[in-house]
Design a protein around this ligand. Structure first.
Ligand SMILES: C[S@@+](CC[C@H](N)C(=O)[O-])C[C@H]1O[C@@H](n2cnc3c(N)ncnc32)[C@H](O)[C@@H]1O
Length: 338
């Protein structure tokens, strides 16, 4: 019964075309998970790993309510899986999903659309409770006969089994501007284990530097009364794009020769910054193909303010530094005025 209902919801997600439709079907998915399955999940089991913070089970569950994120990732993964099924009609498709959370939101709803013989998936999460929750969900929904392996492990150090050639790797373990959560450390580990033909989702993450008025930029607040997914504000018209700091995709992760630190070059700080007082990071995500999340269309593409130029009087240049050795964060170095 639940399998049919889930299939109906995921079909509406795939057919949705407008923001209103995206929100409506994502809300149905959220209700399905939260009310129908009646899982009890903890809010106090956040885990600190070398590379970022793994959200608590309830924090990870709540990601389903980042509506455009959820809809665009499900659409992108469906597109990728359909392509792989066409490219390899004779065999099952090997999926690695790193950081599945308690709902396995980005793959579980799609299962009823594919024959169980076509899917062979490994689902990882560092949070034991999230793994148990996925196991329970599969039983409640009636998806236990799919070939899914659930593993409690750290996806930053995980090594895939020999003989398991990954066709599709998925990980959404990110916070805006790639801060806080271990997306980069996880992607780096997955990338090493992919063949050139494999698909990585998200396909690309682009990180840009801009000088702007942070308070005038669109921002999606994490408040339950806000209609999530709506971009109520327009981009600030005097925003000045400075540079693309780095791009992460299957082929490369920023500059190749780095340990866990990415350093930009020095950029000139403008003499008159009254219209653009803030040094900010913007994130865009290419989920797969033409499916993209732009600024503030989701929490994970919200802009991030590194520093106000009012605090940098006396300096002429700034270098941005992204470090994901522990909890990922942005810092900066300054060049003094001559
Ligand atoms: C942002 S939530 C996303 C949950 C779900 N995939 C979704 O998209 O709705 C990230 C999930 O990744 C897990 N995670 C974070 N770091 C991890 C790591 N190093 N190894 C395994 N799982 C990790 C967290 O426990 C959490 O369940």
């Amino acid at each position: 019964m639940y399998k049919q209902e889930l299939m109906f919801i995921v079909e509406s997600i795939l057919a949705s075309n407008t923001v209103d439709e995206h929100i409506e079907c994502a809300q149905k998915l959220s209700c399905f998970y939260k009310k129908k399955t009646m899982l009890a999940i903890s809010a106090d089991n956040e885990i600190l790993v070398k590379g970022g913070v793994a959200l608590s089970s309830s924090g990870a569950a709540d990601c389903v309510d980042d509506y455009l994120r959820t809809v665009f990732f499900i659409k992108g993964i469906h597109k990728a899986l359909t392509k792989l099924c066409t490219d390899f009609p004779e065999r099952s498709i090997n999926i690695l999903y790193a950081g599945c959370g308690p709902y396995a939101t980005l793959i579980l709803p799609l299962l009823p659309l594919f024959d169980k013989e076509r899917i062979n998936a490994v689902l990882l999460d560092i949070n034991a409770e999230s793994i148990v929750a996925v196991q329970q969900l599969l039983a409640v929904i009636g998806l236990e006969d799919y070939q899914l392996q659930l593993i409690e492990t750290d996806a930053i150090t995980y090594t895939k089994p020999e003989g398991f050639t990954i066709d599709l790797a998925i990980s959404e373990t990110m916070h805006y501007a790639l801060t806080r959560e271990p997306q980069v450390a996880i992607m780096r580990n997955l990338m090493k284990q992919l063949t050139p033909d494999a698909i990585l989702i998200p396909e690309e993450i682009r990180i840009d530097l801009a000088y702007t008025f942070f308070n005038h930029e669109p921002y999606l607040n994490n408040t339950s009364y806000e209609v999530k997914g709506y971009k109520k504000m327009q981009p600030y018209p005097k925003n000045v794009f400075v540079d693309r700091l780095f791009t992460i995709n299957k082929e490369h992760l920023g500059r190749e020769n780095h340990n866990s630190k990415l350093e930009s070059r020095f950029y000139t700080l403008p003499a008159d910054f009254s219209n653009q007082p803030d040094v900010c990071i913007f994130t865009e995500i290419k989920v797969f193909g033409d499916i993209e999340l732009k600024t503030a269309e989701s929490y994970i593409t919200n802009p991030y303010c590194v520093v106000s130029m009012y605090n940098l009087i006396g300096y002429s240049g700034i270098q941005l530094v992204y470090d994901y050795c522990e909890i990922p964060q942005w810092t900066y170095n300054l060049a003094l005025k001559e």
